[in-house]
Design a protein around this ligand. Structure first.
Ligand SMILES: C[S@@+](CC[C@H](N)C(=O)[O-])C[C@H]1O[C@@H](n2cnc3c(N)ncnc32)[C@H](O)[C@@H]1O
Length: 295
């Protein structure tokens, strides 16, 4: 159909891009600062607004609403992921005043409260990759589980027996429980509230054949607890780390080897993979490794 005119009234065609929607609303100089990429979390778009464009943020937000009918709310990032809960602060700049996104991934639905919990849709391929590795009947520990994307994707996309999901942020833990029910995986996913350092020795010692550690900042400080989860001291660990482009995977492998030496464990690296770019100098890496008892 496109644009046209009925009885002299012009029908406005939906813009195809943010740039098109902003035509005539920003100066040439302002256009040079505009970030045209944004994250979509279900019905909520999350965009970066550079300081030069703060005065135009409402106009940019409204323009984004015009681009896609799926976008009901536009948020801007107001800072980096921070604190031990790794929460990214956001501010609503256009659309409905709703911060809780409903997001779908790999046959699962997640409720995610922006500004209160961590969530990244950019890890979806990684979650599905690990689900593909999990064998029938396995018991998995997901340390640093957030609102549950790893264990819930595993429950729906593998034949695992059970996953224990450990999370410290009370808001994320409440949403983890909500998401477990929403996806009807109560039989398979067991949420555990608390610090990995306390929960693992009390509840998960020797229980699991596989451990997932999605805490790329400082995850090495919890390798002792990951080893402790393993049944008979043997199994597979998926370790995440932010590494410099200069040193690459060696940096992460070194951390694993140091921890294994202290624990008197043998480790064999099975896979090294770049998960995503993180900053101009760093990327997020995953190292899969097998653990066995030395000697
Ligand atoms: C980078 S986020 C990953 C969350 C989730 N796995 C995901 O991919 O969406 C790390 C999570 O670990 C939690 N966390 C940080 N330190 C923790 C600890 N010592 N024990 C348990 N959870 C912790 C944070 O609250 C946060 O939800």
């Amino acid at each position: 159909m496109g644009s046209g005119s009925i009885d002299g009234i012009k029908n406005k065609q939906k813009p195809h891009s943010l740039k098109e929607a902003l035509k005539g609303k920003l100066t040439k100089k302002e256009f040079a600062h505009l970030r045209t990429s944004f994250d979509m979390l279900g019905n909520i778009a999350i965009i970066e607004i550079p300081s030069e464009l703060v005065k135009k943020e409402k106009i940019i937000g409204k323009a984004l609403l015009e681009v896609s009918p799926n976008i009901e709310t536009v948020c801007k990032k107001t800072g980096a992921h921070k604190g031990k809960f790794r929460v990214e602060p956001v501010k609503i700049i256009a659309g409905k005043k709703n911060r809780t996104a409903t997001y779908r991934e790999s046959g699962c639905t997640f409720r995610v409260s922006l500004g209160k919990v961590f969530f990244s849709p950019r890890l979806s391929a990684e979650r599905l990759r690990i689900a593909g590795e999990i064998k029938k009947g396995e018991i998995v520990a997901v340390l640093f589980a957030g609102v549950g994307p790893f264990p819930i994707v595993f429950a729906k996309n593998s034949e695992m027996k059970q996953a224990f999901a450990v999370e410290l942020n009370p808001a994320a833990f409440e949403q983890l429980k909500e998401n477990v029910e929403l996806n009807k995986v109560q039989e398979k996913v067991v949420p555990l509230l608390g610090d990995v350092k306390r929960v693992v020795p009390k509840k998960l010692k020797g229980k699991c054949g596989r451990v997932v550690m999605p805490l790329p900042k400082g995850g090495e400080l919890f390798l002792h607890e990951a080893f402790l989860c393993l049944n008979g001291g043997k199994g597979i660990i998926h370790f995440y780390d932010f590494v410099s482009r200069e040193k690459g995977f060696d940096e992460a492998v070194e951390k694993i080897k140091n921890a294994a030496e202290k624990e008197k464990k043998k480790v064999k690296v099975l896979l090294k993979r770049k998960v995503r770019d993180y900053s101009p100098d760093t990327f997020q890496a995953v190292i899969d490794f097998r653990v066995s008892n030395a000697g």
